[in-house]
Design a protein around this ligand. Structure first.
Ligand code: ADP
Length: 255
């Protein structure tokens, strides 16, 4: 049995009086592809943000590659993680957002090289080599010196992916990466994600409304509803054969 790369143990998350998550337990194996679906406001982005250490759980544990994100040992006691600990664990996780968050004043090559040089302390030559290879892989090898403003939304999203991938994360998070794109640009971005999924090495967690795509590439689909994982299983079971009424009515909107 492979150890999970990501574990959620009884995660609760409230914002003020609003209880968003009320007991999430989840194991994700290395290389597993997980699609997270659910109504707007069900906490999908909150799950992603907690994994990215951008949001603190109210209670519970999140463990990535054996390391508790939010707690650490200090003088034999378990205490709240400090910034240094968080920085270290963040390195294992890559994220692509709905809005691309590229540096507008840098070429796309420099966008990819930046964290390698400044965070990973990779030398410039190596950073350039790895970034060029990754941009070639996402089909942008002929645009290395262009700036984000000169690219289409789909191309920008592919740069954002290359920038995350070049760090060689163990887990990649995709938060509705196609929802800000014009419909005709969605396909090229999904194609890159599909290729990555087929390569098979990384665990991938995708928040998505692309049900056909989820059915196609995910090993497991989670339906988040009312603060909990209301349904989970292989995509065909969850998306085509579930008897959960709220899930059925949610899916109905995509048919
Ligand atoms: P989803 O991604 O499923 O649409 P979110 O995780 O974005 O859901 O949000 C879940 C709930 O938490 C929503 O009700 C949202 O308004 C609330 N929420 C999210 N972030 C914050 C925040 N920083 N402060 C207050 N409420 C928040």
């Amino acid at each position: 049995m492979l150890e999970p790369i990501v574990q959620f143990k009884d995660i609760h998350k409230s914002f003020g009086d609003v209880k968003v998550l009320t007991g999430i337990d989840l194991d994700i194996k290395p290389a597993e592809k997980v699609a997270v679906i659910g109504p707007s406001g069900s906490g999908k982005t909150t799950i992603i943000r907690m994994l990215m250490t951008l949001e603190t759980p109210t209670s519970g544990d999140i463990i990535v590659d054996g390391v508790n994100l939010w707690k650490m040992e200090k003088k034999g006691k378990t205490v709240q993680a400090n910034e240094k600990h968080l920085r270290e664990v963040r390195d294992e996780i890559g994220m692509v957002f709905q809005h691309f968050n590229l540096f507008p004043h840098m070429s796309i090559l420099k966008n990819c090289m930046s964290a390698l040089i400044h965070v990973r302390k990779v030398d410039k030559e190596e950073a350039q080599k790895r970034s060029t290879e990754m941009l070639e892989k996402v089909g942008l090898g002929d645009k290395l010196e262009m700036f984000p403003s000169q690219l289409s939304g789909g191309q920008k999203q592919r740069v954002a992916m290359a920038r995350a991938l070049v760090m060689r994360p163990k887990v990649m998070l995709f938060d509705e990466v196609t929802s800000a794109l014009d419909p005709e640009l969605v396909g090229e971005v999904l194609e890159v994600i599909r290729d990555l999924a087929n390569e098979g090495e990384m665990a991938m967690i995708l928040v998505t409304h692309e049900m056909e795509f989820a059915l196609d590439i995910a090993d497991k689909v989670l339906f988040l509803d009312d603060g909990v994982i209301a349904e989970q299983g292989p995509p065909s079971q969850v998306l085509e054969h579930s008897t959960n009424e709220r899930l059925q009515s949610f899916l109905h909107r995509f048919r």
